[in-house]
Design a protein around this ligand. Structure first.
Ligand code: URA
Length: 292
């Protein structure tokens, strides 16, 4: 039986916990049984709670336009920075993230010649997600990640795994083309990667494959050479993003070479294939005969 039986109190507590999560607070400690002073602090807490509740409800009324495809019991979550958490399906959720991104001017890449934002493509419920660095010229023109030469190689890698491009979800750390295909800078990655984290939390893949060091370092927030990053799975929870599915505890992440690097140094394809085989084994995928 739940410790707090009053449904209103339970709802307020759940709301408070959700609010703390928004603030990045995940650890909670149980208080000792109440002294009279403690009772007073609870009373203060409840006053604070109902005040914040009132504010959220006022904002909810203002934001009712976002209500399409959004469950009513989750309307309060629409007020947060992550409206997709209230969506009832992954397509809507991804659309809400895309809407939130808007015609993004959050970092300097927006004024450095990008033609369009390259959000992501593929199966919104994919078991496997690939994350690259940032769009190149072809991607910038077509609005889709990995459609140039590196994309052709990625398609072949996916085929060799016995699946199709449409089966996976593909995105980048930054969604605007860095000028001259330079490496995205730290502030650009930091500004943009929260959107990627939210995409991952919506798609909930079983495995994320980071393509290249920039992707791996940004996702894992560690600075190590590729030789150390590859060859193992990491337990990965997208930072700062929550899935609307409370049972989702994160995913596995593997690192392999970026296809553009493999185009420059095809001798490393065998190593990349080892990485993909590790992923295939985990996902129970079998390579088609032609790939072995
Ligand atoms: N390289 C990337 O990292 N991403 C793309 O979308 C294309 C090339």
């Amino acid at each position: 039986m739940p410790l707090i039986q009053d449904p209103e109190q339970r709802r307020a507590l759940a709301e408070r916990i959700r609010y703390c999560h928004e603030m990045g607070i995940y650890d909670f400690y149980r208080r000792e049984p109440l002294s009279p002073e403690g009772a007073m602090s609870i009373a203060v807490d409840e006053a604070t709670l109902s005040e914040s509740q009132k504010l959220r409800e006022e904002m909810a009324a203002k934001k009712s336009a976002v209500a399409a495809n959004v469950t009513s019991e989750n309307t309060l979550q629409v007020l947060t920075n992550h409206p997709e958490q209230a969506a009832t399906d992954a397509v809507t959720a991804l659309n809400l993230i895309r809407e939130d991104l808007g015609d993004c001017t959050r970092c300097k890449l927006h004024k450095q010649g990008r033609k369009q934002i390259v959000f992501g493509v593929g199966n919104p419920r994919a078991d496997l997600m690939f994350v690259g660095e940032g769009p190149g010229a072809d991607e910038d023109t077509q609005g889709e990640p990995f459609v140039g030469r590196a994309g052709q190689l990625l398609n072949n890698m996916i085929k060799a795994m016995g699946i199709h491009r449409e089966d996976v979800y593909i995105a980048n750390v930054v969604k605007c083309r860095p000028p001259g295909n330079r490496t995205p800078e730290r502030d650009e990655c930091e500004t943009c990667s929260p959107f990627l984290m939210r995409q991952i939390a919506v798609v909930k893949p079983k495995v994320v494959v980071a393509l290249g060091a920039v992707s791996a370092k940004n996702l894992l927030a560690i600075n190590a050479p590729m030789s150390e990053l590859r060859g193992r799975f990491y337990d990965f929870v997208p930072a700062g993003a929550r899935s609307s599915d409370p049972s989702w505890q994160g995913t596995k992440l593997a690192v392999t070479y970026h296809p553009a690097f493999l185009l420059r140094d095809p001798r490393q394809k065998g190593e990349a294939w080892k990485d993909l085989q590790m992923v295939m084994k985990y996902l129970g995928l079998k390579a088609p005969k032609s790939a072995t």
